[in-house]
Design a protein around this ligand. Structure first.
Ligand code: C5P
Length: 228
């Protein structure tokens, strides 16, 4: 069977990664969570004092340090899903905190950050057989992807999902804070100058507000079968 490239884009916390991870496992494709890469750069900036006291970013220093930020993924044998490593350290949990969520979108709006991460993403997908999720995969990273999906759901549904996910991991979560963060990130991600979040013209739209995970999985599998 021919290997293809699958691009899954959409708003924050709309279940893209759950769908993508499950399909990747089932069809033996590599899964890449590009949000984890932007989150890792954010965590690096937080840990290295690259946010100023007023919350702004020390962009000059971050730009210089980009070459030192090594992000990799390794399959977790227990979960069967990839974990994120930042310069060799397992950061899967650290990059999902509300502190990182609150700071990631301004980092992801910086042109030099996008340029560096997009180049790494394109290198990972050179051999095809890849499912990548994010905001600009179908528009910028892989404009020629054979299958493009654009996922949407109401902000309330998405905030509830993120709340349940954090709770399940035993992490602190407040529904109102999460809803506010989801809306803020949607706004910044859709209005930035470089690679704003938008549906590619040839992407298939999925509103999964009222779908179970099993239904979403079956829907995506059908699209995969149609495309291969
Ligand atoms: O997917 P996730 O919600 O973890 O992504 C975190 C943030 O990273 C997004 O809100 C967005 O600002 C940024 N991002 C991006 N482009 C991508 C993936 C994520 O700008 N391809």
């Amino acid at each position: 069977m021919k290997k293809i490239t699958i691009a899954i884009d959409g708003y924050s916390s709309c279940g893209k990664s759950t769908m993508a991870k499950d399909l990747a496992r089932e069809v033996g494709y590599i899964y890449v969570d590009t949000g984890a890469m932007y989150r890792s750069v954010t965590l690096y900036a937080m840990r290295n004092g690259l946010f100023n006291a007023d919350g702004s970013i020390n962009t000059g220093e971050l730009e210089q340090k980009m070459g030192e930020i090594n992000i990799s993924f390794r399959l977790n044998s227990e979960t069967g899903r990839p974990d994120t490593y930042l310069n060799g350290e397992l950061v899967e949990k650290d990059i999902r905190t509300m502190e990182v969520s609150a700071r990631v979108s301004p980092i992801a709006a910086l042109p030099f950050v996008r340029e560096a991460l997009v180049a790494r993403q394109q290198a990972m997908g050179k051999e095809k057989g890849i499912i990548m999720d994010g905001r600009d995969i179908g528009t910028v990273v892989f404009p020629d992807a054979e299958l493009k999906i654009f996922v949407t759901a109401s902000a309330e549904v998405r905030a509830q999902r993120r709340y349940d996910e954090l709770k399940a991991k035993g992490m602190p979560a407040d529904f109102d804070d999460i809803l506010k963060n989801v809306k803020e990130r949607d706004y910044i991600d859709s209005h930035r100058d470089v690679s704003p979040l938008r549906k590619a013209d040839d992407a298939i739209e999925l509103d999964n507000s009222n779908m179970t995970i099993a239904e979403q999985k079956a829907w995506l599998m059908q699209k995969f079968n149609e495309a291969t």
